[in-house]
Structures are given as C-alpha cells and as structure tokens.
Design a protein around this ligand. Structure first.
Ligand code: ADP
Ligand code: ADP
Ligand code: ZN
Length: 224
C-alpha cells in the first residue's frame, strides 16, 4: 500500500470547508471526515458522545481535545481510510494538530493544508443562510446554493433545517474561537511548508477547480 493522503481544510466557519470536502471526496474517492458532522450524528442519535458534545456546540466552544482526538483516531483506523482522508473541521487547535501529526507519522504526516479565505462579513452571510439536510447532511445556502424545491434536499428529498449553532449569537463566538484557538494553525502549517491559500470568495465550482489544480501541481492526487 502506498502512502496515505491527508488533506486538512482550514478556514473560518462558513468558509466552505464542508462543501469542498464533499466535492473532493467524490473526485478522489477518499472519505471526508468532518468532526462537526460526527458530533451532529451522535447528537441526533442521542449517544453519550452526542450528549457530551451538545453543550459545547450550543455555546460555540470546542469539544474537549481528549474526546475529539480519540474520535478522529478511531475514524482514521477504519477501513475506508486506507488511502487517506480529507479532514474538515479538525484539527482546530495546536494540541489537535500535534495529535494528527502523530497519527499520520507512519505515512509522512499531513500532505497539504489548503486555507480557504473569506471575509468575516461573508462568513456571517454564509452561515446564517446555511441549510443542512436532516437525512444526508448535504449543505445548501438559501441565496448562494439554493435547493431546487423549497426546503427539500435535491439529493435525497430530506427536510432542510438550520443548525442551532448557525444563529447569529453563536456564530460570533465561533468566529472568536476560530481566531483565538484555530488561527495559530496557519503559522504551524506554513512553517511545515504545507499551507496553500485559496480565495474562498469565488463560486463553489471555481474554488473546487482551484483545489484540484493545486493537488495536481503538488503531485498528491491519489493514483489508482
Ligand atoms: P464550512 O464547512 O467551512 O463551515 P460550508 O461548506 O458548510 O462551510 O459552507 C457554508 C455555507 O456557505 C453553506 O450554506 C454553503 O452552501 C455556502 N457556500 C459554500 N461555499 C460557497 C461559495 N464558494 N460561494 C457561496 N456560498 C458558498
Ligand atoms: P463549521 O463547519 O461551521 O465550522 P463544524 O460543523 O465544523 O462547524 O463544528 C460545529 C461544532 O462542533 C463546533 O462549534 C464545535 O463545538 C464542535 N467541533 C467540531 N469540530 C471540532 C474539533 N475539531 N474540536 C472541538 N470541537 C469541534
Ligand atoms: Zn439529503
């Protein structure tokens, strides 16, 4: 087996990490791992992990590292990650980044860290207009990426809803937490030569093309 590929998508809440991770997953055939999605799945199914995560998510704070790191380590050990993973929403602080370095060390560490850049105003617009499918997790925007039929998922017919933590009060704290705890990762990955800045203000398909171009350029598209 060749070395595994680990792509870490960085960016403020609303930057488009989930949207791009899903598109890369389809193109590259390596799974998206979204810690936020995993927490929401556990919340929906009222697992112990979900109940623990809930109060942090409601407040827009980070779920404790020991819980989050163990969850990602377990996920990366699953069979479908044999060729690697696209990480979206993890790591979110230096402790998590160091833990990820350890997990990926046998494969030479993280492969690339695209930083998807948008303004704070754009982040607010994107998050407050975001709607998510209850069934399949597909992500829409009421203005920028609307479903064909009002509040119904194009892919599975499921009902669309607004995440509780996408209300303006919580969004402000999530941006604050990003700047305080997550943004140091920009320097961390820059020093490792892994950071690439991507203009996230462009349309969804254009950002996707830019990412594909960067992956090809760096020679890290998976070979079948
Ligand atoms: P993140 O995972 O970084 O929080 P999402 O992928 O969930 O971001 O996107 C946030 C919101 O912005 C969603 O409603 C999504 O449909 C929308 N969106 C994502 N990318 C773009 C883009 N390039 N242009 C306009 N809207 C976008
Ligand atoms: P967004 O895509 O808008 O940035 P996420 O879905 O990634 O939001 O995260 C939602 C919430 O889940 C976060 O506010 C946080 O409470 C929790 N969470 C997600 N990923 C992590 C992580 N790596 N570490 C700690 N908490 C996390
Ligand atoms: Zn759906």
């Amino acid at each position: 087996m060749g070395k595994r590929i680990f792509i870490v998508l960085l960016g403020v809440p609303g930057a488009g990490k989930g949207t791009q991770a899903k598109m890369l997953q389809e193109k590259l055939g390596i799974p998206q791992i979204s810690t936020g999605d995993i927490f929401r799945y556990n919340l929906k199914n009222q697992t112990e992990l979900g109940l623990l995560a809930k109060r942090y998510m409601d407040a827009g704070e980070l779920v404790p590292d020991e819980v989050t790191i163990r969850m990602v380590a377990d996920r990366l050990a699953q069979e479908d990650c044999a060729r690697g993973a696209i990480l979206d929403g993890f790591p979110r602080n230096l402790e998590q980044a160091q833990a990820l370095d350890e997990m990926t060390a046998p494969d030479g560490g993280v492969s690339l860290v695209p930083l998807i850049e948008i303004s704070d105003e754009e982040a607010m617009r994107r998050i407050t207009g975001r709607r998510v499918c209850r069934q399949c997790g597909a992500v829409y925007h009421i203005e920028f990426n609307p479903p064909k039929h009002d509040m119904v998922c194009d892919r599975c017919g499921g009902e669309l809803y607004q995440r509780d933590d996408d209300k303006p009060e919580t969004v402000r704290n999530r941006l604050y937490v990003y700047y305080k705890q997550t943004s140091p990762l920009i320097g961390y990955y820059f020093c490792k030569g892994l950071l690439v800045r991507v203009d996230g203000s462009r349309p969804i398909e254009e950002v996707h093309q830019t990412l594909m171009h960067i992956l090809a350029e760096r020679g890290i598209l998976p070979q079948d």
